[in-house]
Design a protein around this ligand. Structure first.
Ligand code: HEM
Length: 496
């Protein structure tokens, strides 16, 4: 749990305020709007030998799938207890979530042809992550041929992704034992397993390169409360814009009215899972070496923070909009309007390329339609420093949204991997060359020109490679039930 609260004590406590309508939802799975936020999270990639085994397995796990209300109730109680006692309370639980790939849906659906037709408007999902690899930079050592899951054939085709998340290793192990028995009883095949684990000690809440993660997330209308004093901003989260819920779950209002879907997709979401292996020793070396290509005041700490957009402790490079709410490691109150040329947060910075904030509209007319709900967690042992130990470590990148094309794929292909994308004012930045996202983008140069005159170009290879990837659909609880029972799926269009 990494959320903190800065609410002054005079403000009514959250229990006294009316709850937004999606806050009490019992149909949307947990982890989409309400994060599981668990330190021990396993990912199981499963194969159904046939429709009957798949449906049997779904029926058996249905009761164990977490809802939004129970997930957020726990999170809220946890935060309240932490605020009251000043430390993490001894509250523990385990949460499960299930998603189905296109192949999985077709396997268990009563009318597969109908489902295929219903999904005609979702080409990235039906094609799958491996088919989209070339456009997303998954080439060379990230080619699907090298993946641990997501590109297999025959009994290696993934039909379901099961996320099992717990506050302790013991709770997780206990739950996994039950799930093993269910898988065995229903003859379910297991393609691969990943073990997501929050890093510990000084790296707690950080990813393997050492930067604090999980700070900036969209606020969601009808789920989060709005700040009574700042319209459009999430209460108690300065800088967090409130986005329409239809951007993350089908069947609700979206930002541009472009997210209609068949009724069976209502309250469901599209999930991206990417197993991103990080070469930490290589990254550290490249950042140190890159310093030599700069004139002015540059060192490895500063260059690394320029490539991410935050210091390792999470403090943004961006000058704050408000010096009370915008400074400090958890702070997110900035929009780049005061930095159009990227002299504080360079245009190449990972957080600026993947969320250009006020400049998201420079390149299109739907600036608020490209947000992701990120739910990633590191995997693998911490890097202890020094020479490359060749251990497998990285990020289990997970995100949710209602358009793979407008959200994840647009960020990866058209923003991170595109040297011509300008996450600032093109006129203001004429003297600042652009570049590629060095955290998740392709190999190639990233140019930086800072306020104090320091400038240079760092030309790094890639230190993040894709070792598995999937697109899946996370159905509502009611649609999971229909699938488990082999019943027809209602397909009248809903949402906007
Ligand atoms: C190993 C791979 C990755 C690493 C090490 C990484 C690291 C980080 C870090 C340190 C942050 C800052 C924390 C925060 O603002 O919440 C961040 C934010 C973010 N990342 Fe990544 N990331 C990775 C993969 C990705 C991918 C694949 C995408 C999407 C294509 C992505 C999209 C984002 C977004 C949207 C933000 C929030 C930016 C903001 O709202 O200001 N990341 N990432």
């Amino acid at each position: 749990m990494t959320t903190t609260s800065a609410r002054p004590t005079a403000v009514p406590s959250v229990e006294q305020l009316p709850r937004p309508k999606l806050r009490t939802d019992t149909d949307i799975q947990g982890n989409i709007l309400a994060a599981f936020n668990k330190d021990f999270t396993d990912f199981r990639y499963l194969h159904f030998p046939d429709a009957a085994t798949g449906r049997g397995w779904l029926s058996a796990i249905l009761n164990t799938v977490a809802t939004t209300v129970e997930t957020e109730d726990f999170n809220e109680q946890f935060s309240l207890a932490r605020r009251a006692f000043g430390r993490d309370p001894l509250m523990t639980t385990v949460r499960c979530g299930v998603s189905l790939t296109f192949d999985g849906l077709i396997t268990v659906a009563a009318k597969p042809d109908q489902v295929g037709k219903d999904l005609a408007a979702f080409p990235a999902f039906t094609a799958g992550a491996a088919a989209r690899a070339a456009d997303l930079g998954d080439t060379g050592d990230s080619d699907p041929k090298t993946w641990l899951f997501g590109a297999g054939t025959g009994d290696q085709v993934v039909h379901a992704v099961l996320i099992v998340a717990a506050d302790t290793e013991e709770l997780l192990t206990e739950k996994l034992k039950n799930l093993d028995a269910v898988e065995h009883a229903h003859r379910i095949g297991r393609v691969h397993v990943d073990r997501g684990r929050t890093l510990t000690g000084a790296l707690r809440g950080h990813e393997h390169f050492g930067y604090k993660d999980g700070i900036s997330q969209p606020g969601v209308k009808d789920f989060h409360r709005e700040d009574p004093d700042r319209k459009g901003i999430r209460d108690n989260r300065a800088g967090t814009e409130m986005i329409e819920p239809g951007e993350f779950v089908f069947g609700h209002k979206s930002e541009a009215g472009d997210r209609a879907a068949p009724a069976w997709m209502k309250n469901g979401s599209l999930q991206v899972v990417r197993r991103l292996r990080q070469d930490v020793a290589g990254w550290n070396r490249a950042v140190s070496d890159g310093v030599k290509e700069f004139t002015g005041t540059m060192d490895a700490t500063r260059l690394g923070s320029c490539l991410v957009g935050r210091l390792k402790d999470g403090t943004p490079l961006a000058p704050a909009r408000d010096t009370v709410t915008g400074l400090g490691s958890d702070r997110n109150d900035f929009d780049y309007l005061n930095d159009p040329a990227g002299r504080h947060t360079p245009w190449v910075a990972h957080i600026r390329r993947t969320h250009p904030r006020a400049f998201a509209g420079v390149n299109d007319h739907k600036p608020r339609s490209h947000r992701l709900m990120r739910r990633g967690i590191p995997y693998g042992p911490e890097f202890k420093g020094g020479a490359d130990d060749r251990k497998d470590r990285g990020l289990m990148f997970v995100c949710y949204g209602t358009s793979l094309e407008q959200q994840f794929e647009l960020l990866q292909q058209h923003w991170a991997d595109n040297p011509d994308f300008t996450p600032g004012d093109p006129k203001a930045g004429k003297t600042t060359p652009n570049g590629l996202d060095k955290v998740v983008g392709l190999a190639g140069p990233a140019s930086i020109g800072l306020e104090d005159g320091t400038h240079g170009t760092v030309d790094m290879k890639r230190f993040v490679r894709t070792t598995g990837a999937l697109y899946a659909f996370t159905p509502s609880i009611s649609t999971l039930r229909l699938l488990a029972e082999g019943r027809n799926l209602p397909n009248k269009p809903v949402g906007s």
